[in-house]
Design a protein around this ligand. Sequence first.
Ligand code: SIN
Length: 288
Amino acid sequence: MTSLNVTRLAEPLGAEITGIDVSGPVDAALIGAITEALLDHHVIVMRDQTLTPEQQVTFSRRFGDLVVRVSGEFLHPEFPEVLILSNRQVNGQYAGATAAFAGELWHTDLTYAERPSMGSMLHALEVADEGGDTAWANLYLAYETLPEETRRRIDGLKAIHVRDRRRNPRGAITDSGGIDVDKYYSVKVTDSVHPMVRTHPVTGRKSLFATPRFAVAIEGMDDRDAQPLLDELFAHQINPVFIYQHKWRVGDLVFWDNRCTAHLAVGGIVAPGIRHLHRTSIAGDRPF
Ligand code: SIN
C-alpha cells in the first residue's frame, strides 16, 4: 500500500496531502491511498497541483463517472464535466458561477438528484488575498451529537430536495450577478426524497443528511412542524466544532466526501481579488 504524507488540518475534519502529483498517470495504489485518506478525513487538500481541465477530469474519473450539471451555464466549453467558479468579469459577464449559483448556502453537492454526487474536487487556479474561503462541516459529528430524542425523531424521516432556489424558503437570491434566474431554473429537474439520516455506503457510519440549500420540506409532515425541525437541524450542523474553514492557495486540489459533509462558499472576497476555480463532481449512489 502506498503511504501518503498526510497532516490533519483541523479537529473535526480535513487533512493536507503533500508530495504527490496527480497530473499524469496515477497508479492504483495511490488511488487506494487517496480513497483511504478521504474516508478518514472527509476533506483532503492535495497541495501544489498544476492541472489542465482535461487532467482534472482524467484524475476525477478514477473515482467514478462524472456528473455534468443540468444547466449549461458556467460549464467549461471543452470539458462540460468542469464547472467554472469565478468572480472575474469578462465583457460585463462573470467568467464562471458566482456564489449564488454555487455555494453561498450550506449544502451537499447535487442532493436534488436521485443519486447525489459521492464526492467533488475543486482546483484553485487563482485565489483572492482576502476572502473566498470554503468551509466544510462534518455531518457524522452533527448526527452523533444530536439529542437522543431528535435522533429518534428524524430516524426514518425523509427530506424533499429541490434544485430550484425560488421554491426554497431559505433560498432567496440577493445577488444573481446579472444571471437570469428564471431562465437558469427553467430546466425541469424532478425533486428527490432522501433519508434525513444517511448511512455511508463504505464506512457504515450515520450522518445527518439535509442542508438548507436543497432540503425544503419533510415528506408527510406538515410545514408547521417540518420547518422548525429543519431550522433546528440546520443550526445544529454548523456548530463551529464540526467545521474546517479552508484558506485557498493556488494549486490546491480539494477532494471532499459528499456522503458525510456539507460545505459553504464563505464569500467576502475583497476587490480586486479574483478567485477562479474548477470543480468536478463524481457520481454516487442512492442514499440509504
Ligand atoms: C461549491 O459549492 O462547490 C463551491 C464552494 C466554493 O466556491 O467555495
